[in-house]
Design a protein around this ligand. Structure first.
Ligand code: HEM
Length: 509
């Protein structure tokens, strides 16, 4: 008996064994990531190579600041760096087309965890799934489809114009940063879902805006803790809305979509406008396999399409409007171009707007500074890629970031200044490359923006209407109300910003 007790006493207890095993695992993992990992040779801070907690610190604790930190790391370590244990980041505008090539079918890792709707086309990981999902949506995004729907876009632009008159009459500041997401939200709802929430008519322009900013922030947490969405989804909507009132419009949207999809699957026509088809009818009549036509997949797609189209276009409109109003030279030149084309201020037509060089240059400049997405945009190539002296192993996640390209001073001198003139008269870079090759705010290649035609149409018509019919005066707004403050996947300004607020008056001519 005595000898058995002695043996027991000399054995470490189970918790100690577990701690020792865990410590050995961590030491082994650190050693592997630093010295044996396929990316071990690449430059960058050791801490980023060892753990994604480094990324988490900048994204979660400092609220969307890792992209900014990555720019500083590029200054220190060069154009290619290892930013997480398994990801390389490249800063080189001339390498963009290699990473986001046109004919390549590339996997996109990581975004599936971000939004809690992994079945949507944007976050789809596998290239083959993406290809068929995108093909099913493409007809709905064609120029022809947009022109078929344009009367509904005009209707919403007219509503915005009426709201402007209302603010003019009341002599109260109008918050453009609130009005634009309501406009783009109503258009997208009508276009894809056959009805809208009349957000533009809401006194305070209630919209999906705040909810999307919150989702963007949550995406950083979900990247590290993917279970967060299943946990959140298990909480009743009422409690979520009580904890986070900004989420309410999106929760309502999700409930309504779930119901609409159910009704569409049962064969009902759920539209209550005169658009031709809803997105659900389009997907259901496509050649997609049954698993891509499930209730959940359709709901995921609905959220992605609305998420893709509301904030992006609205932010571009805010940037364009702020700078036009803030720069009399730009306002006067644009206004003259509009008056020449539309002597009668009540008229508004897409084709003449599309032919206006200065308006187009303004939109290009606003797109450049609105970036589309501020997030690192990952792609995984199945083969090795060579970048300068580096050989990037096959199946490595490589990312680049649109804001870095927009602010490359060798391509866009004074890149933080809004200069529409840089886009006039077919400009080229100093080495003769057309400047618009470096306009990547709609992405590039097989996974570039599907909504580009709709976005341009909205941008032409909204800015054309506003700056033909009205004059504006900024109210307590400055450039920090339209500059990137936080990367919440979409670019977000400083968090305390009250938005671009303006007094409105008639243009009088
Ligand atoms: C100024 C406006 C817009 C900008 C700057 C913009 C930007 C972008 C960018 C950069 C991507 C590519 C993401 C990637 O490379 O992986 C993208 C994808 C996408 N955008 Fe847009 N977008 C805009 C408006 C819209 C609109 C109005 C819609 C329509 C609802 C839309 C729907 C989509 C969709 C569905 C995708 C996913 C495409 C795919 O994965 O194949 N976007 N957008």
């Amino acid at each position: 008996m005595e000898s058995v007790d002695n043996r027991k006493g000399s054995m470490p207890s189970l918790p100690i064994l577990c701690v020792a095993a865990y410590c050995s695992y961590v030491v082994g993992l650190v050693f592997y990531r630093l010295y044996l990992h396929p990316l071990a040779r690449f430059p960058g801070p050791k801490i980023a190579a060892v753990t994604s907690w480094y990324e988490a610190y900048f994204e979660i604790v400092l609220k969307g600041q890792y992209s900014r930190q990555i720019s500083k790391l590029h200054d220190q370590y060069g154009p290619i760096i290892r930013v997480t244990p398994n990801e390389l980041h490249i800063r080189d505008p001339r390498f963009y087309d290699e990473v986001y090539g046109k004919n390549l079918h590339l996997e996109k890792e990581g975004w599936d965890k971000r939004f809690g709707c992994a079945g949507g086309v944007l976050p789809t990981v596998k290239a083959e799934h993406h290809k068929r999902r995108r093909a099913a949506l493409a007809p709905l995004f064609s120029r022809r489809s947009i022109l078929d729907f344009i009367h509904i876009i005009y209707r919403h632009i007219d509503t915005l114009s009426l709201r402007m008159q209302e603010f003019e009459a009341r002599k109260e500041p109008l918050n453009l940063s609130h009005a634009f997401p309501a406009l783009t939200g109503d258009i997208i709802m009508d276009y894809f879902f056959g009805f809208n929430y009349a957000q533009l008519k809401h006194p305070e322009f209630e919209s999906f805006h705040d909810a999307f900013i919150k989702i963007g922030g949550t995406g950083h947490i979900a990247t590290q803790f993917p279970l967060i969405y299943p946990i959140m989804n298990s909480i009743p909507d009422k409690i979520t809305a009580w904890l986070e009132p900004a989420a309410e419009p999106l929760l309502k949207f999700r409930r309504d979509q779930w119901d609409l999809i159910g009704r569409t699957l049962r064969g009902e026509d759920v539209k209550n406008n005169d658009a031709k088809k809803t997105i659900f009818q389009e997907i259901l009549s496509s050649k997609l396999p049954p698993e891509d036509k499930s209730h959940q997949r359709l709901a995921d797609e609905a959220q992605i399409v609305v998420g893709g189209g509301v904030e992006t276009t609205a932010f571009t409109l805010s940037i364009a409007s702020f700078h036009i109003i803030n720069t009399p030279r730009i306002y006067e030149r644009l206004h003259k171009e509009l008056v020449d084309a539309f002597p009668n201020r009540a008229n508004l037509e897409l084709y003449p707007l599309e032919k206006m060089p200065y308006l187009k240059a303004i939109i290009m400049e606003a797109l450049r500074l609105s970036y589309g997405l501020s997030a690192r945009n990952p792609r995984t190539h199945k083969t090795i890629i060579r970048y300068k002296d580096w050989v990037i192993p096959a199946n490595t996640c490589i990312s680049m970031t649109i804001p870095e390209l927009s602010h490359d001073e060798s391509i866009f001198p004074s890149s933080h200044t809004f200069i529409p003139e840089r886009w006039l008269d077919n400009p080229t870079t100093s080495d003769g490359i057309p400047l618009d090759r470096f306009m990547v705010s709609f992405g590039r290649g097989t996974r570039s923006c599907l909504g580009v035609n709709l976005a341009w149409t909205e941008l032409y018509l909204t800015l054309g209407m506003m700056f033909r019919r009205y004059r504006f005066e900024l109210h307590e707004a400055d450039v920090s109300d339209v500059e990137l403050g936080h990367d919440f996947f979409i670019p977000v300004t400083r968090l305390g910003s009250k938005g671009v607020r303006v007094f409105v008056s008639s243009s009088g001519d």
